[in-house]
Design a protein around this ligand. Structure first.
Ligand code: 16G
Length: 245
C-alpha cells in the first residue's frame, strides 16, 4: 500500500480504510493464510499513516479473526479453517481421528502433572480420600491450525506418570490395558474468554463448543474426565438417529 491509497475525506476514517484494504488483499488472495505483515513501524512508513492508525486498523482485523498476533513473532494472516465433520457415536482419540483424515497432529502442552483433586474431579472420577489426580492440559492442533483445548483428569492410579504421555493419551492407556471402552459426552455452547481465545488463535468472545467426556473401563471404573473447548468455526458434530421405539 502507498500513501495514495488513503484519502483524508470521503472514504471514512483512515484506520477503517486500512482495515478495508487489508481485508480486500486477503479476500483476493494477494495476502495468503500464514503470510506475515510488516512491523507496525514499517507499515506506517509505507502508508504514510501514523502508528496509532496502523495499530487500530490491525487490531480491528485481529478482532474479526482475519489476522492473528503471535506474541514475540508478529502479525499474520489467519489460517483458513476447513470444517471437520466428526461422528459423535465413536469413542475415538484426537490422534486417531486426525490420522484417519490423513492430517498431521501437533499438541502444545500447557500443563502436565499430579495434583490433589478438585471437588469436581473427586466426584467425576469417584476418587477416595488421599487419591491424587493426573492432569493433562494441551492445545490440540492439526496441520498448523489449533482446533481444541483439552483438560484431562485421570486417577493417578491409572496414570502415575503423566509425563509418559508425549503424543496420544489413548495410545498410552491402550499399551497399559486401560483404554476406555465407553464414554458419556456432553456438548454445550460457550463464548471463548480472552485466554482460551488466544490459545486457539481466534478473537475473544467467538463461539466455542464445550465438550465434557467421562470415559470408562469395562469394569465401570472411570478412566478420564476431560473438559475440552473446541472451535465453533471448525467442527460439525454428526450423529445417526434411529426411530424411537
Ligand atoms: C479426544 C477426546 C478426549 C481424549 C482425547 C485423547 C473429545 C471431545 N475428546 O480429543 O477426551 O482425551 O481424544 O486423544 O473427543 P489422544 O489419544 O490423541 O491424546
Amino acid at each position: 500500500f502507498t500513501p495514495a491509497d488513503f484519502e483524508e475525506s470521503g472514504a471514512g476514517p483512515l484506520y477503517v480504510q486500512l482495515h478495508r484494504l487489508i481485508a480486500e488483499a486477503i479476500a483476493s488472495g494477494r495476502l495468503k493464510p500464514g503470510d506475515s505483515l510488516p512491523p507496525e513501524r514499517d507499515m506506517a512508513a509505507m502508508t504514510g499513516l501514523s502508528r496509532v492508525t496502523v495499530r487500530k486498523g490491525v487490531e480491528a482485523l485481529v478482532a474479526s479473526g482475519q489476522l492473528v498476533q503471535k506474541r514475540g513473532s508478529g502479525t499474520f494472516v489467519a489460517p483458513r479453517v476447513e470444517r471437520l465433520e466428526q461422528a459423535l457415536s465413536l469413542l475415538t482419540s484426537f490422534t486417531e481421528d486426525m490420522a484417519r483424515r490423513g492430517r498431521r497432529v501437533e499438541s502444545r502442552w500447557i500443563a502436565r502433572g499430579l495434583h490433589a483433586p478438585a471437588p469436581e474431579e473427586v466426584m467425576a472420577l469417584g476418587l477416595g480420600a488421599g487419591d491424587r489426580v493426573a492432569r493433562l492440559e494441551r492445545v490440540r492442533s492439526s496441520d498448523g491450525v489449533p482446533l481444541a483445548i483439552e483438560r484431562a483428569s485421570l486417577p493417578a492410579a491409572l496414570l502415575p506418570d503423566p509425563e509418559a504421555v508425549e503424543a496420544s493419551l489413548y495410545a498410552v492407556l491402550e499399551a497399559r490395558g486401560s483404554r476406555p471402552v465407553r464414554a458419556v459426552q456432553r456438548i454445550s455452547a460457550a463464548n471463548l474468554g480472552p485466554r482460551d481465545a488466544e490459545l486457539l488463535g481466534v478473537p475473544t468472545g467467538v463461539a466455542g463448543l464445550r465438550i465434557e467426556r467421562v470415559s470408562y473401563l469395562p469394569s465401570g471404573q472411570v478412566v478420564e474426565f476431560t473438559r475440552s473447548l473446541y472451535r465453533g468455526d471448525a467442527y460439525d458434530f454428526a450423529v445417526e438417529l434411529k426411530l424411537a421405539p
